[in-house]
Design a binder for this molecule. Structure first.
Ligand SMILES: [Cu+2]
Length: 601
């Protein structure tokens, strides 16, 4: 039995005192001098159970808890982590987002690493080359889904560009009582097994009333003939959504004193969930993305892909606040509370409508798909795509009966999704309502299109285009190499692949040391894929200047392309994969090899 432990709600002063104990020598008052002493941790992996909202659930624990302990380090030092694996199977721990010696990256089958044998131990030793919010998790089988994950915080050895008085880690995750390998089997054998929210006939008549019968029918037929489900935002449901291992009833609570600036380090450690996160009535300022500082962005909510992290700073007043994290398919929620005393709580807002994908979201999935490249998809069932013949598409592009869905956007995938923005008169009329009324009014509006989280009019949701690095990019050369990574899938047969090949069959992607590369992540599917590259950061191309935001995980929306730049300056064999656990397991992974310095001479 495990009791989950709260990451300590440390005041910054206390955190630094602890840091001092862990290898910082303070010589001058007000100035920190960092010794090169190592910080060490012991981790023990066990199969136990955990309590979630009063029910017992099987889990894999680290030091008896889910998530595992928050490991705190100081930038510039060395980390030593001793791991004991008490499972009856091999395990592993990967340090997500760290610049690291490839031998310590912790992915079995890469860089000569073979995992931690059943009943055995492994010692990780690596230099701490960066600061920020990161996490660690198993890279073996489905252990991550069962609980083998935790947070990792590296304190900066420089002055931070923002100020805060209190520091909390919020690890978001999805937990299931089921055996994860059983889930994977079900996904592979039964289409839509976990999708309880298929559109119903009732939905159809509702649509028909709003859009006109013709439009609703055409839309329905189009989706039907593609044999894709427009509500297939997530393919596993039945999860409990957790914050720091606590269910919504357990209500993880972070305390604050009014007037304090509170830093919240959000980590999406779920196996399969993408969350929309907000704190009603408490604006947030985003100060870091994927561990690295960004220019402050004031927002009301953000969408966090699996494996991404965001640090925000809030200034709560003397009252409780609900931290609400809704998965995009709205099958539940994770909830936590900020309060001035334990036991206080704020109202929990109603779940907003799940997003319905539109034909506009299909951009790349349809327009960018040439059948020649599809033919390369080893083992793929072309049947599901074959339904998408061009006469049908012709019919859809004519589908403009004043319908809010699709129509001529088909021919221009980049056209702004007009329906994502409510008409201005609605915005205006809602402006006068209080928040509760606005929430209720908004809940009755369908969120249409991937980009729309159901954000209230007048409120701001974070977009990648808002992110700018605080530090100037080290390498501003234009790319000399363009690598297309197509994210492919067949939902019916649960085959997920990169460039048409499942991992087991794919050739590695090779670049020379020092290469400046553009990776074009082209999503041909109707799901978002959080693409993660180990060992290096990539730069988002939203900025044309030298402050491109750096990311280790990039959420690629359905049917869209996201391009990123990369300087290949970390030699090694790095996994490049979708961070949805079952997609990776199904084959959505590649080996990205950066040749050693000498190899290119
Ligand atoms: Cu994926």
């Amino acid at each position: 039995m495990s009791k989950t432990s709260n990451p300590l709600g440390l005041s910054r002063r206390r955190a630094l005192q602890l840091s001092a104990a862990a290898g910082v020598v303070s010589v001058f008052p007000g100035r920190r001098v960092f010794a090169q002493a190592a910080s060490t941790y012991d981790l023990v992996i066990d199969r136990q159970s955990m309590m979630i909202d009063g029910h017992r659930s099987p889990a894999i624990t680290l030091n008896g808890s889910v998530p595992g302990p928050t490991l705190r380090f100081i930038e510039g030092g060395e980390a030593i982590v001793y791991v004991r694996n008490n499972l009856s199977e091999d395990a592993s721990i990967h340090w997500h987002g760290l610049l690291i010696d490839p031998a310590m990256d912790g992915v079995p089958g890469f860089n000569g690493y073979t995992g931690i044998p059943a009943g055995g131990t492994f010692t990780y030793r690596f230099d701490l080359r960066q600061a920020g919010t990161y996490w660690y998790h198993s890279h073996s089988g489905f252990q991550e889904q069962a609980g083998l994950y935790g947070s990792l915080v590296i304190e900066s050895n420089k002055r931070e560009p923002f100020r805060y008085d209190r520091d909390y880690v919020l690890v978001l995750s999805d937990h299931t009582d089921e055996d994860p390998s059983g889930i994977f089997q079900n996904l592979k054998t039964e289409d839509g097994y976990y999708n309880y929210r298929k559109q119903t006939l009732f939905d159809f008549f509702q649509d028909a009333r709003e859009q006109g019968f013709g439009a609703a029918w055409d839309d329905r037929m189009a989706w039907g003939s593609m044999r894709m489900d427009k509500t297939d935002l997530a393919d596993v449901t039945g999860y409990s959504f957790l914050v720091n291992g606590k269910g919504p009833k357990d209500n993880w609570t972070g305390l604050f004193t009014p007037g304090e600036r509170v830093r919240l380090r959000f980590i999406n450690a779920s196996a399969m969930s993408i969350f929309d996160v907000r704190i009603p009535d408490l604006p947030m300022t985003v100060v870091a993305a994927d561990g690295l500082n960004v220019r402050p962005v004031k927002i009301n909510e953000f969408r966090i892909g699996t494996a991404e992290t965001y640090d925000v700073i809030v200034l709560p007043e003397e009252r409780p606040y609900t931290i609400m994290s809704e998965p995009i398919d709205r099958t539940g929620y994770a909830r936590a509370t900020l309060a001035t005393a334990h036991g206080m709580e704020a109202p929990i807002p109603a779940l907003r409508p799940r997003t319905l994908l539109t034909m506009n979201d299909m951009g790349m999935a349809m327009g960018g798909m040439d059948h020649g490249s599809m033919a390369g998809m080893e083992g793929m069932d072309h049947g599901s795509m074959a339904g998408m013949d061009h006469s049908k598409m012709g019919g859809m592009s004519g589908m403009n009966h004043g319908a809010p869905v699709g129509g001529n956007t088909m021919s221009n995938p980049d056209a702004p999704d007009a329906v994502a923005n409510p008409p201005s008169e609605m915005t205006d009329s809602m402006g006068g309502m209080d928040r509760g009324a606005r929430e209720r009014a908004s809940a009755n509006q369908a969120a249409v299109g991937w980009a729309d989280a159901g954000t209230l009019p007048g409120e701001k949701a974070l977009a990648y285009a808002d992110l700018r690095s605080v530090t100037t990019n080290k390498d501003t050369r234009p790319p000399t190499k363009d690598i297309e990574i197509r994210l492919d899938g067949n939902m019916e047969r649960y085959i997920w692949a990169l460039n048409g090949e499942r991992y087991a069959y794919a050739e590695p992607i090779r670049v020379a040391y020092g290469d400046r590369v553009r990776l074009r992540l082209v999503n041909t599917t109707m799901m978002a894929h959080p693409m993660h590259l180990h060992g290096m950061f990539v730069e988002l191309e939203d900025d044309t200047g030298a402050n491109k935001a750096l990311k280790h995980t990039v959420l690629v929306p359905p049917g869209k392309e996201v391009s990123v730049l990369l300087t290949a300056d970390e030699p090694g064999e790095w996994p490049l994969h979708c961070h949805l656990l079952y997609h990776m397991a199904a084959g959505m992974m590649a080996r990205f090899i950066v040749e050693s310095k000498t190899a290119s001479l």
